[in-house]
Design a protein around this ligand. Structure first.
Ligand code: KIV
Ligand code: ZN
Length: 520
């Protein structure tokens, strides 16, 4: 089985996303996580672009570059190559990455030179870089729109000048998988004849959504190395997403006969970190790292999964560091999923007529609320069948937001909450770093349930004055279990509070269930 090297360019191509600029500490944090993910090469930046970028690459090379290879980008000019060398040289395995166009549009229109002049500039750049560092990668920018003979002439010349890796970029996302695979196959055949030690790499952009497909086609046709970013972020429509390429190989090793050294269980954590630090939300249906990538909401699928997970699950969530698959109870869920959820909260002893009553009430609630949580099932059972099915008072253990008040000011944002638990009203007032923090501290104190906030997201789900804000949060309890909950309201602070109370109820349900073997 071939091992494919993975270069991560989240900190260079990924950071080119408008508004995603990171500070030094954030870059170091991401680089450290990329090392945990076990990428082979980190492209840490473009040091000639600013003193800040130089410093960031230098620090990453010093602090993270003990095992993982560190590179940074240079145009084919001495000053850029010097900047890369002086920033990456602290790493155990530094690599200089030089880029220069090979398509006519780049050579003639962008660079305004002749093919011969550009070829000579590239060769000189590689010769110079080789005087500084043994590892040099040469990227033939816009390779997929280049004339093949000139592209090969360039590759041959820069390999003879000392390049140790040749990177074939589909710079503008022009390639299609069959054609790109064929291009890689032709280049690889000649390259391995010329010098079998030189690695062939690809770098694909996602302008028509084909970056992952093109990257995988290149692997199938002999590429030794791939360049990717976390969550597929990058210039314009982004780059090939690391998680998609890696899990594509993981799932279909039989077909690709190739694998990577990526620690796949670190994927979700890396995705969350990049998304949080760069402020770039991951599309919910994004392959592998989207929130819904392992969530099932259709009744037909839920029924199939409950009979056999492999009916609708080809990658296990645990393989990418996601806690578990989610069966989301919505109006589309069928009887099988609802029975399964009832069993999860310990309620199995009902007559067929009682179940039909529960199911009808469930559908009413699902139409109104969109998503139904396990703790809602207690209320459904209580209001339809009989409360004593739950060994007394499970419903009395659940919390309900009765009232809240938030004061926002520059110094001491504070919040007061009243929470209903059975017949009791629990009250607490607290301060925080901001309104939401104050609110969550007050809810924690009122309920006595301590959940640590891992992720907070606020989205608008409609427009205008009456716009609904949807808050989704991820929290963790003391034993490390993660809960995801949501709430919608026109008042975003109320939606924030409701989402937290939902999460508290999830933790309470887990506690009740773990304490009762079987509730009759
Ligand atoms: O897209 C591109 O061509 C690049 C090169 C620098 C590899 O990012
Ligand atoms: Zn790129």
């Amino acid at each position: 089985m071939r091992k494919i090297l993975v270069l991560d360019t989240t900190l260079r191509d990924g950071e080119q996303v408008p508004g995603a600029k990171l500070n030094l500490y954030e870059k170091l944090e991401i680089a450290a996580q990329l090392k945990n993910l076990n990428v082979d090469i980190i492209e840490a930046g473009f040091p000639a672009s600013s003193a800040g970028d130089f410093k960031a690459v230098e620090e990453i090379a010093k602090k993270i570059g003990d095992k993982v290879m560190i590179t940074a980008l240079a145009r084919a000019v001495k000053s850029d190559i010097d900047a890369v060398y002086h920033s990456v040289k602290h790493a155990q395995k530094p690599l200089i990455h030089i880029v220069l166009g090979t398509s006519d549009v780049h050579v003639e229109k962008k660079l305004r030179k002749t093919r011969e002049q550009i070829l000579e500039q590239g060769v000189e750049a590689v010769k110079y870089a080789k005087t500084l560092c043994p590892n040099v990668q040469y990227s033939t920018e816009d390779a997929s729109r280049s004339d093949f003979d000139y592209l090969w002439e360039t590759i041959e010349a820069v390999v003879k000048a000392g390049a140790t890796m040749i990177n074939i970029p589909d710079t503008v996302g022009y390639a299609v998988p069959e054609e790109f695979g064929e291009l890689v196959r032709r280049i690889n055949e000649r390259l391995k004849n010329l010098n079998p030690d030189v690695l062939l790499s690809v770098h694909c952009h996602n302008d028509t959504g084909l970056a992952t497909a093109n990257t995988l086609a290149a692997i199938k046709n002999g590429a030794d190395k791939v360049e990717c970013t976390i969550n597929g972020i990058g210039e314009r429509a982004g780059n090939a997403a690391l998680e998609e390429v890696v899990m594509g190989l993981f799932l279909r090793k039989d077909y690709y006969q190739a694998t990577t050294g990526i620690v796949t269980t670190e994927i979700k954590k890396t995705s969350r970190l990049v998304s949080a630090l760069m402020g770039l939300d991951v599309q919910v249906n994004k392959a592998i790292t989207g929130d819904n990538a392992f969530a099932h909401s259709s009744g037909i699928h839920q029924d199939g999964l409950l009979k056999s997970r492999d009916a609708y699950e080809v990658i296990h969530p645990e393989d990418v560091g996601v806690e578990d698959m989610e069966i989301i109870l919505t109006a589309r869920s069928g009887r099988h999923a609802v029975k399964n959820a009832l069993a999860q909260v310990g309620f199995t002893n009902y007559t067929p007529e009682e179940f039909e009553q529960i199911f009808a009430r469930f559908l009413e609630l699902a139409d109104a609320k969109k998503e139904v949580y396990n703790h809602d099932l207690y209320h459904i059972v209580q209001s339809t069948v009989r409360r004593d099915h739950f060994n007394g008072s499970a419903v009395d253990k659940l919390y309900e937001l009765a009232d809240m008040q938030v004061i926002i000011n520059n110094n001491f944002p504070s919040a007061s909450v009243k929470i209903k638990k059975g017949d009791e009203i629990l009250a607490s007032s607290n301060m925080g770093d901001g309104a939401v923090d104050a609110l969550y501290t007050a809810i924690r104190e009122a309920t006595g349930v301590h959940l640590r906030l891992l992720e907070y997201k606020l989205n608008s789900v409609s427009r205008g004055k009456e716009a609904l804000g949807r808050v989704s949060i991820k929290v963790k309890n003391g034993s490390g279990k993660v809960y995801t909950s949501k709430a919608v309201d026109t008042d975003i602070l109320k939606a924030s509070a409701l989402a937290f109370v939902n999460a508290v109820n999830m933790a309470v349900v887990d506690d009740i269930v773990s304490k009762q073997d079987q509730v009759v």
